[in-house]
Structure formats: C-alpha cells, structure tokens
Design a protein around this ligand. Structure first.
Ligand code: GLA
Ligand code: ZN
Length: 731
C-alpha cells in the first residue's frame, strides 16, 4: 500500500471530481429525530492553541484576546508530551494547569489532547522498536510525527501512561470539558506499519478471525503459489516479496491495521471514560476521501465525530497537478462537502465538530493562497450547513519555529491580526446568534451514497485498470448526484437504507452476504438502488465469485454481466434511451457489457463488438427499482443520469439554485433552516419562490434575492411556506 500524506490523498480524488453544473437542491418535510444529548452543552466555537509553544508571559493576553473574539473553548496540549513527561515516569503538569487556569479565568473551556501522535526523543531512544516500518520494509526515523507502530505494546503502555496521568490530573480541573485522543490517526506519510509487532498482532487477529488454519488457507486460496500455512506464525505481512501479495491476505492486512489503530485509541478511551466521566471524548481526523482507517469503527464509541478541514489547501494541490483553478472551483466545495456529509453520517445524522478549520494560508514548506475575504466565513458555514455543531479554527498564533511556520493562524508571526481575524470574530457572533437550536439540529437527506472500506481497499489492491480508484469514483458520484451538494448521507452497508428514497453505490467490488441482503430488501420494499460496473465481483475473502456476475444480485438487478474489461486507448460511447434519453455519453475507463434478462435497457454501447449491447439497465424488483450502469460514465452524462434517477425516485427540491451555490437543509421538530452558500466570487441571484425569514436580518424574503460573492444566507421556513410546500409536494 503506497504511503499517503495530505498531499497525495487529495491528489487522487480531486482529479476525479469533474466539473458538474446542473442545479439540484432537495427538499422534504418529514420530521427527523432531534440531536441526541451526548454532545456538549455549550457551543464549541474555538481555536487551537499552543501554550506549550508560547512564552508564558503572553498567555494572559492570548486568553483575553481569545475571549474577546467570542470563543468558548480552545484545544491544547496534543503535541506537548515532551513538556508533560520530560523523563519517563516523571510528569510535569504545573505549566498546563496554569495555562488552563488562565484560559478558564477568561471563560475559555479546554479540550485536552492526549499526545501520542508525537513521542519525545527520550522515548524513541530508549525504545527504538516502537518506530513504524513502512511499506518498503524500512524503519522510519523519529523527528517528524505519526511515526509509531499502532500494535507495539511498549508504545501503547507509554501512551496510556501519559493519557492516564493527564486524566487523573485534570478530571476535576475547572474549565476542562473534553478530550481529543491523539491527533489525526488517519494521516501520516506511511499509513500502514509492517513491523514484527504488527506481524504478530496480525497473526493473532487472524487466529481469532479464522479459528483454524484450514479455514484461513481456504479463504485466501493459499494453495496458489504454494502459500499453504501450517502454523499461524508463518503468515507474513504484505511487504515486497517478488510479486503481488495474496489478495485475501492483503485485504485482511488493511482490516487489521485499521483495527489496530482503533484499538490503540480505545485503550485511551477506556481510561478517559473511567477517570473523567464528566468529559466528552472525541478525536480528530481527515475524513473522506482519505480511506486509511475505518472511521465508523474509530469513532464508534466516541461522543461525537470531529474532523479537520482545510479547503484552501486543495487549491495548491490542483495547481501542482497542472490544473490551476481557484478556490472557487466547484471541485473543492464538493470534496469538502463529501467530508462533512460523511462526518455527520458516521454517528447516524448526529452533529459533528470541526476541530481544525483553516483560518489563513496553510502549508508546511509551501503556502496555499490567502483565503479571499469571506471565504473563511463561507467554509465555516459550509460545515454548519452540512451538520456541524461547532468549529475550532487552526490555529491561534502562527508558529515562528518548527515544521509549520508557514501554517498561518489568527495572529501573524508578529502577533498582528491576520486578514481573517475580524471575519472570524463576526462569524462566531453570527453562529452564537443561530444558537444551539440550529447548530445541533439534524440534517435533511433523502439520498444516500455508500462508502465501503472493503471495496476501497480491495480496489486499491487490484484496481483492474491502473486509473480505477474507489475513492475517486465515490467522490465523482458525490459531485454528480447533487451539484448543490444537498441532501446526501454518506453511509455504509451496515446502516439503515430504509429512510432513503434512493441509495447510490458505485463499484461494489466486494459484496458481503449481509450487504447483498440489505440491497435486496431495500429494493424489495420500494427503494431505488443505483450501482455501476464491477458489482459483486468478490466475496469478503476477496475471492472472485463462481457464479455469473453480479453474483447474488442477478435477480435484483435483472441482468447478467456478459463481458467486462478496461478501456485504454480505445473509445467507447453510450447511447441513452427511455427515462435516460438525452445526449450520448462517453465511457471512461471501464465497460461492463450487460445482458438484460428482465431489466429494461436504458443505454447501449456505440462502438466495436459491444455496439448495440446494453450499457445500462433498470429492473423492477418487488416494490422498487435497481439500476445497473455498466459503463464508467464521464461528466456531464454521469451527472445527468444520476440526477435524473434521483428525480424519478421522488427526491424533491425546495427551489432551484444556480451552479456554484450550495443549498442544504437542517431541521428540528417543525422548524427548518435552509443554508444558501455562494462558493464563487461573483454575486448570484437566487429566486426564492416562497416567503422565508432571513435569520441575519429577521426580514421576510421572497423573489429574486442577491447572494454576495462567497456570501451566505440562512433562511428559516415559515409555517406558511411549509404548508405550501407540503401541498405542492405531497409525501
Ligand atoms: C493537521 C494537524 C495539525 C496541524 C495542521 C496543519 O490537521 O492536526 O496538528 O498539523 O494539520 O498542518
Ligand atoms: Zn508495527
């Protein structure tokens, strides 16, 4: 598995999200459940602060200024291990106490970070074996961060010791409200460890999973290339070995590494729960399209999801790829929205937090551009519009030393105010005015997009076409389903499909029996399921199924895959028919040629030996419909097709918005709030067909309403407009 750093993970998925420009907001009126009460009582509007990197003489001034901005919390200490435990077993928390006290005096609450993302030098010198081994089999060196093994018992013991000592020390300290465990477990230059400890951990995990060697050997098909194991201790990790690893072993290794990280976090969670029952516990990560750890397991037992968000960073990456755009590019807001929708969906439509929100130029050795005036506010609202309950900005002051000297905060290097300082102050004021009723309300989604880790990892192991990437497909589908980035939950096969009108699931390459059953009953009971090529090719052991494709879903889809294959220099087109009638489409990198047993043909290939043969079908099964898109449709036909299908599934729209504008809905009880966000620099005009209350001004708005460049409006539905909408769109 190749290493993933922030740069690489963005590169792939950004490349795939083509420009889509069709208008498509959604709307519904059913009441959603109110937010559960395990989120913190107070609003989390804050900043990430580093007293450990700041002379103590400045703490008081910092605390006063942080309070003046209107912030309610800071997150601190997540990289301060060396100061908290300068020598093994000798803890020094006096400085941290003083920092917490100073902040608390100014009514700033504190989220404490446990410091296991960056161990001090004494630790790695005494215990060099805790350092991670990368995918080439080379041991990393200390000096950066995120370079430790998730399995290693010594590292776990030492991480737990400092976390426990912090928990004991700060359990009753006034001002402390919660915890962030570690820091971005997802993100490092080498997201998998291949050391001997991981190998032993993997073997033990396999023993529990398979029970017997016979079972393991059968599941992986180890008779191939003489790989039959006669003892669990013989099982290798997928390091370079002259040829590709066994696909079953490789997929299990991804699962094991994800599990190892989750269980590493869970050890700290157990201690924090025990010692600090009054505090909330979360962690921060980069979400989709990064897929290194299964976020559903990682956040499963935490109080709420917290993600980090750096939209401006993407611009630098696009430019580097030779696609100079600007921060207004539609690709960026869509990719960011996908991350937010995933964050919200992990705990089932529960408000999440942004633990780090970009506040200025970002970068380690190079800078991303200075956010345009209004953009930091816009990005904040985008998170809120998609379900955030709180936002912390990264970071308070800008470091004058260390690897992140270029990562700008709210104070410049000379402690003058950054260009976005006042904008952030204003945004915080506005969010407080919106209040908990809005910020903690659920989000409205009638559609779901599946993200499945097994599929993502298995496609990475054997993409079939070098350019096929599961995360790219999911990202492209996300942008195509709704250009206004509205009303999509990002769910797994373990989630309830029943509440959606339509579920989209591209490249379901690995299909478990349970997932097949879920799809079947969803369609049976009236749902619309839309999928594409490579459906059900593999079982959970990563073996190719022995039945014609799409394996157990042949009757549901009403088709058999007659042929399949990658497309390189050849060209393939698609002609659409029936409900999908419209301009011809282009097939990108893959074509499944279908044979419709029962399904209606909605598209046919136009060239070569597949000409005239089905490229897309729709089958009525039970009360619902199952759509198979065999061709890898490129934009714009992918957008047209997916949006057409959503429309025919009954997904409703409150009103149209122009390209480049987000429209999302949050609701609680009989109240609804519509967020309109303009991601471009030019003013837009929105035609609002019914009367809404503009929350900023309190005035009623209707008709043509201007939306400034990078502007935001929050509208509250009045009783009247709800009634009219209900009449217009009967459930
Ligand atoms: C991440 C980390 C922070 C900091 C910022 C900026 O999100 O969590 O510690 O490194 O990025 O790089
Ligand atoms: Zn390891």
């Amino acid at each position: 598995m190749p290493g993933t750093n922030r740069r690489e993970f963005l590169t792939g998925s950004l490349a795939s999200l083509g420009a889509v420009g069709i208008r498509y907001p959604t709307w519904a009126l059913s009441t959603a459940p109110v937010a559960s009460n395990s989120s913190p009582d107070q609003l989390l509007l804050g900043v990430d602060y580093y007293p450990d990197q700041t002379p103590e003489a400045l703490w008081e001034e910092d605390a006063r200024m942080i309070a003046e901005v209107g912030f309610t919390n800071v997150r601190i200490a997540e990289f301060a291990w060396a100061l908290m435990e300068p020598v093994e077993g000798k803890f020094e928390f006096d400085w941290l106490h003083r920092a917490v006290q100073t902040l608390h005096k100014h009514n700033i609450s504190v989220i404490l970070g446990t410091p296991s993302a960056a161990p001090p030098p004494w630790l790695t010198v005494h215990y060099p074996e805790v350092v991670e081994v990368n995918a080439q089999g080379m041991r990393l060196r200390p000096g950066g961060r995120r370079f430790t093994c998730p399995t290693n018992q010594t590292y776990r013991r030492l991480s737990l010791a400092i976390a426990s000592e912090m928990a004991r020390t700060f359990a009753e300290t006034p001002g402390v409200i919660g915890w962030q465990i570690d820091n971005e477990l997802t993100l490092g230059s080498s997201p998998r460890c291949y050391c001997n400890f991981c190998q032993a951990g993997f073997q033990a995990w396999l023993h529990t999973k398979y029970g017997s060697l016979e079972n393991l050997n059968r599941s992986w098909g180890t008779v191939f290339w003489s790989q039959t194991y006669t003892d669990f201790s013989q099982v290798p990790v997928p390091l370079p070995s002259g040829a590709d690893a066994n696909p079953g072993l490789a997929l299990d290794y991804d699962r094991y590494q994800s599990y190892a990280n989750s269980s590493f976090l869970e050890e700290q969670l157990t201690v924090l729960r025990k010692l600090c029952p009054k505090h909330f516990v979360t962690t921060n990560n980069v979400g989709l399209p990064l897929d290194t750890i299964d976020m559903r397991s990682l956040y499963g037992k935490l109080d709420f999801v917290a993600f980090d968000n750096y939209p401006g960073f993407f611009d630098m990456i696009l430019h580097q790829q030779g696609k100079p755009g600007s921060l207004m590019s539609d690709v960026i807001p869509a990719t960011v929205a996908l991350g937010h929708d995933f964050a919200r969906s992990i705990h089932g439509n529960k408000p999440f937090m942004i633990m780090e929100e970009q506040s200025g130029k970002a970068g380690q050795s190079t800078f991303s551009p200075q956010p345009e005036k209004g953009q930091v506010r816009l990005w904040t609202y985008q998170a809120v519009a998609h379900g955030a309950m709180g936002v912390n900005y990264f970071r308070w002051d800008t470091a004058t030393f260390g690897a992140e000297e270029y990562w700008h905060g709210m104070l410049n290097h000379d402690r003058s105010k950054s260009p976005a300082f006042e904008e952030i102050r204003q945004t915080v004021k506005e969010l407080k005015a919106l209040g908990p009723e809005v910020l903690k309300s659920p989000y409205l989604a009638e559609m779901a997009l599946v993200f499945d880790y097994d599929c993502s990892w298995a496609v990475k192991i054997q993409p079939g076409h070098y350019a096929l990437s599961y995360t790219d497909q999911v990202t492209a589908w996300y942008g195509a389903i709704s250009p206004s980035r509205s009303g999509i939950d990002v769910i797994g096969f373990g989630d309830d499909f029943g509440k959606y009108k339509i579920v989209f699931a591209p490249v379901v390459y690995v299909l478990s029996d349970a997932a097949a059953a879920r799809i079947r009953s969803f369609v049976q009971n009236g749902g619309v399921f839309v999928t594409n090529f490579r459906l059900a090719v593999k079982n959970e052991s990563s073996q190719i199924v022995q039945t014609p494709l799409p394996g157990p879903l042949r009757d549901v889809m009403g088709v058999t895959v007659a042929e399949y294959g990658p497309i390189y220099s050849g060209k393939q087109g698609v002609k659409f028919s029936s409900v999908l009638s419209g301009p011809d489409g282009e097939c990108g990198i893959w074509a499944d040629v279908l044979q419709a047993s029962r399904a209606e043909v909605l598209g046919t290939y136009t060239s070569g030996s597949s000409a005239g043969r089905p490229a897309g079908t729709m089958n009525s099964f039970g009360q619902g419909k199952a759509i198979y898109i065999g061709a890898d449709l490129t934009p714009p036909s992918l957008s047209r097709v997916l949006q057409k299908l959503a429309e025919s599934a009954g997904v409703k729209r409150p009103f149209e918005v122009p390209a480049g504008v987000d429209l999302t809905v949050r609701m609680a009880g009989d109240k609804q709030w519509i967020f309109l966000l303009n991601h471009g620099p030019k003013p837009q005009s929105i035609n609002i067909p019914r009367a809404f209350k503009d929350l900023a001004t309190g005035a009623a708005v209707r008709g043509e309403v201007p939306l400034d460049g990078y502007g935001v409006r929050v509208l509250q539905a009045s009783q009247l407009s709800r009634k009219i909408t209900a009449d217009t769109h009967p459930a």
